[in-house]
Design a protein around this ligand. Structure first.
Ligand code: NDP
Ligand code: OXD
Length: 308
């Protein structure tokens, strides 16, 4: 049995080294250098080429290198028998939470505005709201949403969370699917941390923006496919939204001619809110491989029907 890595743009050699340290006797190959495809039972994917797995007849598990799994689930050629797992990792949660906290402070303390002013040597002071006066609403209260909510709360923000099912989380005001309107009407900084599913593609559209208080801001750290870009641009034009901080896009890298690049109210980061850390995350990839060998239940298995 062997492990194969199908990792685009994500430092394959580094992952191989970490896995080799944990599984020293194990054959670990990097696609396309695979000696015998029939030996591969465990694949690790980050944005693999669609259809590539059909040549691996004995594949049993595809592990996502990230928390997101849409890049795997959208590949319809993958047999339903194959289990899909994802990364759930403390470091990933901490990094996401600190990224969102940073952006919320940048918004509330007018830092983005001052950076724009600096381009014009403009000295103009603005009042600001403290975290205690600012309500942050998080769409998606899963592993990353919860960690982010807690860090925001610890730093004084008022935090609201919305998810499919109702949650009880200390200090966080939670809303379930049917309570979206109530959640939005209070949210001043909207953070998207939903997975891509059939129900969530395009969910962040004009209907959502129009229910936020005027002058709110939006932070997307989930996926570009969740947002209607034209509606976002319109909400910025109308000043319904003040800032859009975007880490993820439908097409990545963001094409050079995309309107977001030059928009004065859009802040772009290159899908870097929280990068899976090879040192911490390779442990669960190795553990799942051993579990597969020992025919034990795997960790962090994705519900393929639900989509996350
Ligand atoms: P989880 O699966 O742990 O959480 C998903 C949350 O979304 C759950 O609370 C779930 O509700 C909720 N949800 C799903 N569908 C719906 C729906 N239709 N309506 C309302 N709520 C819904 O995911 P993670 O927190 O681990 O990750 C979230 C996403 O973050 C990933 O899918 C990935 O795309 C993105 N990500 C981005 C990174 C970056 O660097 N930019 C890094 C890592 C991840 P319920 O709890 O009721 O099931
Ligand atoms: C992930 C990501 O899903 O980095 O982990 O986007």
């Amino acid at each position: 049995m062997s492990i194969a890595l199908f990792i685009q743009h994500r430092f394959s050699e580094r992952w191989k080294d970490h896995l080799t340290t944990l599984l020293p006797d194990q054959k670990i190959e990097i696609y396309p250098e695979i000696e015998n495809p029939d030996m591969v039972e465990y694949a690790i994917s980050w944005k693999h080429e669609m259809g590539v797995f059909s040549q691996f007849k004995n594949l049993k598990v595809i592990a996502s290198l990230g928390a997101g799994v849409h890049h795997i689930l959208k590949d319809e050629s993958i047999s339903k028998e194959i289990k899909v797992t994802r990364i759930v990792d403390d470091q990933l949660q901490k990094d996401m939470a600190s990224f969102v906290l940073t952006q919320c402070l940048n918004v509330s303390r007018n830092i983005f505005q001052y950076l724009r002013q600096q381009e014009n040597k403009e000295w103009k002071l603005s009042t600001y709201k403290t975290p205690e006066e600012t309500k942050v609403g998080i769409l998606g209260m899963g592993v990353l949403g919860k960690a982010t909510a807690q860090l925001l709360h610890q730093n004084g923000f008022q935090v609201l969370g919305w998810s499919r099912s109702k949650k009880e989380i200390d200090h966080i005001t939670t809303y379930e699917a049917s309570e979206l309107n109530q959640f939005l009407s209070q949210t001043e900084i909207l953070v998207c941390l939903l997975p891509i599913t059939k129900a969530t593609i395009g969910i962040v559209n004009h209907e959502i923006f129009n229910q936020l208080p005027k002058g709110s801001s939006f932070i997307n750290v989930a996926r570009g496919e969740l947002v209607e870009d034209a509606d976002l641009l319109q909400a910025l034009e109308k000043k319904q939204l003040n800032w859009a901080i975007l880490d993820v896009f439908k097409e990545e890298p963001l094409p050079e001619d995309h309107l977001f690049w030059e928009h004065p109210k859009v802040v772009i980061t290159p899908h870097s809110a929280s990068l899976t850390n090879p040192k911490t995350a390779s442990k669960q990839l190795a553990e799942n491989y051993l579990r597969l060998e020992e025919k034990k239940d795997l960790l962090n298995v994705v519900d393929r029907e639900r989509g996350y």
